[in-house]
Design a protein around this ligand. Structure first.
Ligand code: 5GP
Ligand code: ZN
Length: 136
């Protein structure tokens, strides 16, 4: 798509450190990694976010991530991995071309996961579950 940074990387109009490529998927190193080896896996077909990604593209991206994650972990000698996706600006999405983050983690790297807050009571958790089930 015109003006999309990641489409430009796919089309070699902007350089990136590509680590894997096939017909449908590209994986390349994040330019501003949370840790070394931080990799972005993207479908070659442009979509803005997972919410408008055809399921075939998502399945291709997730299969590549599944295969790459342990290899990246080994290559940088990481202790763990976070895999994540930011969907929408409020969730932290900055680049509006669907991408999955593979983020190597090291013991003591200092990153903290989000803190959870329990539901108020059984009524609240049931109401939320009912609302979600009603959409499925
Ligand atoms: P988001 O916040 O949209 O989920 O993540 C976008 C990611 O793209 C960020 O982690 C950012 O560092 C990365 N990024 C932004 N611009 C470039 C670029 O030009 N090249 C590469 N390789 N990564 C980029
Ligand atoms: Zn794009």
């Amino acid at each position: 798509m015109d003006g999309c940074l990641f489409c430009k990387i796919i089309n070699n109009e902007i350089s990136a450190e590509k680590i894997y490529e096939d017909e449908n998927v590209l994986a390349f190193l994040d330019i501003n990694p949370i840790n070394v080896g931080h990799t972005l896996v993207i479908p070659k077909n442009h979509s803005d976010s997972l919410l408008d990604t055809p399921i075939e593209d998502w399945l291709s991206v997730s299969e590549v991530a599944y295969r790459l994650a342990p290899k990246i972990k080994d290559a940088v000698d990481a202790d763990g991995i976070n895999i994540g996706m930011n969907i929408g600006a409020p969730a932290g999405q900055v680049i509006f071309h669907t991408h999955l983050h593979i983020m190597p983690r090291f013991s003591g790297d200092g990153y903290k996961l989000w803190k959870g807050t329990p539901y108020k009571d059984e009524q609240e958790i049931q109401t939320v579950a009912d609302r979600i089930r009603s959409k499925i």
